[in-house]
Design a protein around this ligand. Structure first.
Ligand code: PMP
Length: 403
């Protein structure tokens, strides 16, 4: 699979272990973007000429392929193109706000800021909404037994369950099927952040109210995401009214699109959308290899952690592993690895409440892989981490920033 990513051909000395932040790009995406800008650049759904029609066809094909890939029916009513997971999750919270007067929002404690911040803002600005945090169980996954008990005892009629499918700090896969069952049994709405799941596992995302992800983490273009919606949400007005979201407008009235286009106003990331059909074909044809490879990278990374040198935030299931160094500061490890050509991420990982809680207000060093990562890259990075640790341990290096 690595050969399908031109980045690695051009950058032979780089070890890229920051795929959870953004992945490297599949060759078809590069080809299709260039093709669009070179031969086909035109707007969609507007002009009626043949260039516009070419873009329209790719746009509808992209929706069909996305719907099939994630197991949802009615592509034109279920798939919304967004600028990314952040916009999708934000729009989902706005639609919940339009639809309900208040209630209890059950929010996973491992949520990324793009999910937690709009929910925290909603509860801060509206006293009728209350947040109830879903804690982690001993394996680092959301404690769904506790959620089930708490939600049963909750007399509030309006409920929302908002969770990440995979934590971008812990690399743990939460049990989406059970979350769906709990939501249905309690007439709760669901908002799922699937940014660290889509592309790693072939998943069925039907039966949720909202599921969001970004294509740049799935070997695709930046500035493009999908929000899968239950078509019942098409009875609500758009969060961003504008060009393309209407069927007809008069001074007296507005008739909104009856399909997901009502949530897609303005010119979209068409150069990105036209790359989706071939990207999904590639993902479909490699899905079992991708999953197998991801699981073997997780096992290898878990097995390589020197427990006397680094605390491991959790035993990884998928995609990433986060570490707290025993000696030296995370920021120094990031810089020292960078100097050796290894790209990793350090910091609060856009999930500060969780990271502060598990590190006592410090930071984490995150290694994250993709379908192109080799075993040798993981092993040699742990060797380098060991060398850096040894230097801190012997005081050869002094932490620049206190941990
Ligand atoms: N959720 C999770 C779990 C993520 O890891 C990220 C990206 N770091 C996001 C949401 C936000 O994605 P984007 O920045 O592409 O909108």
């Amino acid at each position: 699979m690595r050969d399908d990513f031109p980045f690695f051909n051009r950058n032979k000395s780089i070890v890229y272990l920051d795929t959870a932040a953004t992945s490297q790009t599949l060759y078809t995406v590069l080809e299709d973007t260039t093709d669009f800008y070179t031969y086909h650049k035109s707007n969609a759904h507007r002009s009626g000429h043949s260039m516009d029609t070419w873009v329209d066809q790719k746009y509808y094909l992209a929706k069909e392929k996305v719907a099939k890939y994630v197991g949802v029916a009615e592509p034109d009513k279920s798939i919304v193109f967004t600028s990314g997971a952040t916009q999708g999750l934000h729009d989902a919270v706005k639609l919940i706000e339009k639809a309900m007067p208040g209630g209890t929002l059950y929010l996973g404690i491992d949520a990324h800021h793009s999910l937690s911040l709009p929910i925290m803002e909603l509860a801060k600005n509206n006293p009728w909404w209350t947040i109830s945090y879903i804690n982690l169980n001993s394996q680092g996954m959301l404690d769904l037994d506790a959620l089930e008990q708490t939600i049963k005892a909750d007399t509030n009629k309006c409920k929302v369950i908002a969770v990440g499918a995979v934590s971008n700090v812990l690399g743990k896969e939460n049990d989406l099927a059970r979350i769906k069952d709990i939501a249905h049994a309690n007439a709760a709405n669901t908002i799922i952040d699937a940014a660290q799941l889509v592309g790693k596992r072939k998943v069925n995302l039907s039966g949720f109210d909202f599921v969001a992800w970004s294509w740049h983490k799935v070997y695709g273009p930046t500035g493009l995401g999908c929000l899968v919606i239950d078509p019942v949400w098409l009875s609500y007005k758009p969060v961003h009214p504008g060009g393309g979201s209407v069927v007809s407008v008069s001074y007296a009235d507005i008739i909104w699109q009856e399909n997901a286009g009502r949530f897609e106003s303005g010119t979209q990331n068409l150069a990105g959308i036209v790359t989706i059909p071939r990207l999904i074909d590639w993902l479909e044809s490699h899905s079992s290899d991708i999953e197998h490879h991801d699981k073997s990278m997780a096992r290898l990374a878990n097995a390589n952690v020197p427990v006397n040198q680094f605390h491991q935030a959790s035993e990884s299931d998928t995609g990433l592993l986060s570490l707290l160094p025993v000696a030296g500061a995370v920021e120094d490890y990031v810089m020292l690895l960078d100097a050796k050509g290894v790209m990793v991420r350090g910091g609060k990982l856009c999930a500060q409440p969780l990271v502060d809680q598990i590190t006592s207000n410090s930071a984490l060093l995150r290694l994250s892989w993709g379908c192109y990562t080799t075993a040798n890259e993981i092993e040699s990075t742990f060797d380098k981490l060991g060398d850096i640790h040894a230097k801190f341990q012997r005081n050869v290096l002094r932490p620049a920033i206190a941990g």
